[in-house]
Write a protein that binds this ligand. Structure first.
Ligand SMILES: Nc1ncnc2c1ncn2[C@@H]1O[C@H](COP(=O)(O)OP(=O)(O)OP(=O)(O)O)[C@@H](O)[C@H]1O
Ligand SMILES: [Mg+2]
Length: 192
């Protein structure tokens, strides 16, 4: 990719859209320091990304992707990684929001054990758990990279509503190759 310029000036909903393979996730990986080797500048709040430590970035970005990592351990353990002092009620509330609670309450609730990489959950359940975890964290920027690709339309509508609410107080970046997903979102200014 060459001559990419993106500016995200304030809280709100922003979208990065484009065909598969065009480099959307690469932009996110650069932003979150998962990869480097670029020329030019990436700045957050005026500060160059190279001067921001990875641990500080953890408090700036919440990233939910189609393959967000789910850890072996309980649902509660996975969620407390985002907010260590969250109460059980808070965890259940957010699990209801992402429509995962109906499934979990039939298992062992927030103590339901999750296998390595969430292999005992469906793809959509893993995405919802990753979403719930992100919603609990209190970061400045939320990035959803094809985060609802395995979720049924009804739940996706509910989740998009939650994301829209979130964007009143945060910077929310939605990455998608499905244009229907981003119709109501405000595009990032991208020049290439
Ligand atoms: N780790 C990697 N090493 C080398 N090339 C890569 C790597 N990851 C991605 N690419 C290449 O970079 C290009 C952009 O990939 P990227 O994942 O950013 O696409 P995308 O726009 O997010 O696509 P999709 O909509 O399918 O997720 C692709 O052509 C891909 O082959
Ligand atoms: Mg991608």
């Amino acid at each position: 990719m060459h001559n990419i310029n993106i500016e995200i000036p304030e809280n709100g909903l922003y979208s990065i859209a484009g065909v598969s393979g065009c480099g959307k996730s690469t932009i996110i990986k650069l932003l979150t320091k998962e990869i480097d080797g670029y020329t030019g500048h990436i700045k957050i709040g005026g500060k160059d990304l190279s001067d921001i430590s990875c641990s500080s970035l953890f408090h700036i970005f919440s990233l939910v992707s189609h393959n967000s990592y789910i850890f072996k351990g309980s649902v509660k353990y996975n969620m407390l990684l985002a907010k260590s002092n969250a109460s059980d009620e808070e965890l259940i509330d957010v699990l209801k929001k992402v429509r995962l609670w109906d499934f979990l309450k039939c298992m062992n609730g927030i103590d339901t054990e999750i296998a390595e990489q969430g292999s005992n959950l469906s793809g959509g359940q893993r995405q919802r758990l990753a979403l719930a975890r992100a919603l609990l964290s209190d970061t400045m920027v939320y990035i959803f990279d094809e985060a609802t690709s395995n979720i049924d339309v009804e739940s996706e509508t509910a989740i998009n509503k939650i994301i829209s609410e979130l964007a009143k107080e945060k910077i929310v970046i939605l990455v998608s190759h499905r244009v229907t997903n981003i119709g109501q979102w405000r595009p990032c200014t991208v020049a290439s």
